[in-house]
Each structure stands twice: as C-alpha cells, then as structure tokens.
Write a protein that binds this ligand. Structure first.
Ligand code: PEP
Ligand code: MN
Length: 367
C-alpha cells in the first residue's frame, strides 16, 4: 500500500492505525486530560474538533483557533501527533501555522465540491496528510471526487474514513454502515488506506465494539474513536464518546485479522477453495445466459401477441417459489429476493427493448 508508507512517523505500519480523542476540544484541561490518558495506548493520532459543523445553530460550535494551541501542547508534552477537521481554506492555514500533523475533512464538507475545492486550493504546495470522511449521503462518486480534488492539488498522503451514511430509515445506528460502499471504494482505489469511524456510525457507545470488530474483519487499516474523560458531560456527541477505560477494554478485546493468508500452506488451501468458487461462478453465469435466451423468446412472443411485458402475477409467483426453494436449502430470503429483483429488472429491460424495436431489427431465435 503505497500511501501507508508515509515517511513521517505519523502513519506507522502499526495495525490498527488508531485516531482517538474527543469529538470537540472544550477546554485546555479536558484536552490535556484526554491526551495524557491516551498517551499510554497505541494511539497514532490525537483528534479534536475545533470548528464543529452543527446541524442546528445554537449548539456548541467549537472553541475555534485557541484550541490549536492546546493541541500544540498535547504534542509537546505527550508526543502524540494531532489531527483537526478543516472546512475552510482559512482553517487549513491556521492548522499549518500551528503544526497540526494531519487534517481531516468532515462528512458535510465532502458532500460539497465547492468546500473541498477551497480546502484543496489552500493545501496546494504542502504535503500534509489528509483524511477524507465519506459524504453524509451514500454517493461514492462524491467521496472519490473529494479525494481526486486533493490529489489534483498535489496531496499524496490520503486516507479515507468510513463514518456511515445518513438515512431516512430509523435503524439502530446514527449513520448506517452500508459496508458495500467502502468495499467498493477499496476495489476502485486499492492503493488508498481506509479506516472506520465506529463512533459516528453508532451514535451510542454500546454498539461501538461490534462495529470496530467488523471493521477489523473487513480488513480496514484502522479506527477513529471519540474519547472523552467524562462523556456524559461532553459538549458534542455525548452518547457516543468512550472513556479512556472503555477504549482500553475495547482495544484489549479487539481481534486484529491478518491482511491475507500468510505461509504457503494457507495460501495453497485458499487457492484450491477459490478455484471451486470460480467454477460455481462460471456455472452461474452460463445458467444466466441460458435464462436470458428464453427471456428473449418470451419477449418476442409477447410482442407478436401484444401482451404486456410486466406480468405482476408471474413476478409474484417467481418471488414466492424461489425464496421458498432457497429457504429449504438454508439460503436467506433477502439474498434470493435481491438476486431475482436484479434478474427480473434485466429481463424487463430486454423485453421492453424487444417490444419497442421494429420487426426487421429483431434477432429471431433459431427455431
Ligand atoms: C467528527 O468527527 O466529530 C464529525 C463531525 O464527524 P462527521 O464529519 O463524520 O459527522
Ligand atoms: Mn463527533
């Protein structure tokens, strides 16, 4: 991973890479107390919000630039490196002036290309590492776009932070994890380290250990966790901050997985099993191809006889029978429903195309 090999000691190869500290810097005392409590733990970066993006005005909006001096003190006295959220070009300048080691872009800023561009312009000519949270809405292109704007400004040390996605659904999480998005980011940008922020995903501290473990199981490079000496008294995000003790317990219980199979025996076993999977996948694709051929024949038949493409009863029957067959085999309804929704959508698309094409353009099946 080229970007993990950062020359500064900021991004050591330590796994997991830990970014911990309060949601907000509230007072010099609270910042120093937290930093001293974290200094004995394998924490790489000390985080603290100085300028807080609040949903409603009137909430605590951060202490502002004075907090940067407290972070300088953290660095001098504990040796911890520091990171701050920036949302303006001016924030970037102030952080650089106060020797903040790493910057991060918050979820609301990532969602706004004007803001990201302003930050990128202020960063031009520096090589400070930047962490980019996912946008609040589940839009992978916005996330990628923010990373690209920073790269275009010459920033090379980048890390993505997965902090979950805002959703109208009222689930157990403050921000739905939607793991498929960071997984897709990993596929598209395998060079980019990615860490998980269980605090903002969960919104409640009792859910945090499970999400932190899931991030380790999914091969994330690190974790960002909010820590406060007295969480219930915190001026922002009180329900999701951990005490230093709770963080210690979480880290003790956390099982860090190997990045991949180590040793030739393990690699050989995994290869053999994967070859079997490859074979099954090939069969699945061949079966889909045969199914689509019949779908086309049915499409032609519907066109010739002026029958509507969508037949709701047939679709209802497909869902009921397929989920029942799958259930007998111990496969989940959800999986089968999702797969058949995709297959059915494609069948509808093909048959609609046939229905609307002129007869001479049609490819009649061999009789
Ligand atoms: C934060 O890290 O305190 C924060 C405001 O996070 P997010 O941008 O993920 O909401
Ligand atoms: Mn927070």
């Amino acid at each position: 991973m080229k970007n993990l090999a950062f020359p500064s000691s900021v991004f050591s190869e330590a796994r997991p890479f830990l970014v911990c500290g309060p949601c907000s810097a509230e007072s010099e005392h609270q910042v120093m107390q937290t930093a001293y409590a974290l200094s004995g733990l394998p924490v790489t970066l000390f985080r603290a919000g100085i300028w807080k993006p609040r949903t409603r005005p009137g909430a605590f909006e951060g202490v502002g630039a004075v907090g940067l001096q407290w972070l300088q003190r953290v660095k001098q006295e504990t040796g911890l490196r520091t990171t701050v959220e920036v949302a303006r070009g001016q924030h970037v300048e102030l952080c650089l002036r106060h020797q903040i080691d790493v910057l991060w872009i918050g979820a609301r800023s990532t969602a706004n290309p004007f803001t990201v561009q302003e930050i990128a312009d202020a960063l031009r000519g520096t090589d400070i590492p930047v962490m980019v949270k996912n946008p609040i809405n589940p839009d992978l292109n916005l996330w990628l776009g923010a990373i690209e704007r920073l790269e275009n400004a010459g920033i090379q040390k980048l890390i993505a932070i997965h902090r979950g996605f805002s959703s109208a659904e009222r689930g157990g999480y403050r921000n739905k994890p939607m793991w498929e998005l960071p997984i897709e980011l990993k596929r598209l940008r395998p060079d980019l380290p990615i860490i998980c922020d269980p605090s903002h995903i969960c919104g409640k501290r009792d859910l945090i250990p499970r999400i932190a473990q899931q991030a380790m199981d999914l091969n994330f490079d690190g974790l960002m966790l909010e820590v406060h000496p007295e969480p219930d008294k915190a001026l922002s995000d009180p329900a999701q901050q951990l005490t230093p003790n709770a963080l210690t317990q979480l880290l003790q219980a956390l099982v860090v997985r190997e990045k991949g199979a180590t040793g030739s025996m393990l690699r050989a076993t995994l290869r053999e099993l994967r070859e079997i999977v490859d074979k099954h996948d090939e069969e699945l694709i061949l079966a889909l191809k045969e199914r689509m051929k019949v779908i086309e024949q049915i499409g032609l038949f519907k066109k010739e006889n002026n029958i509507a493409v969508l037949q709701p009863e047939r679709w209802k029957d497909i869902v009921e029978t397929r989920t029942a067959w799958a259930r007998e085999l111990g496969l989940s309804d959800e999986l089968i429903l999702k797969i058949f929704q995709l297959i059915h959508q494609e069948s509808i698309r093909q048959q609609t195309r046939i229905m609307n094409s002129r007869a001479q353009e049609l490819r009649f099946p061999a009789s």
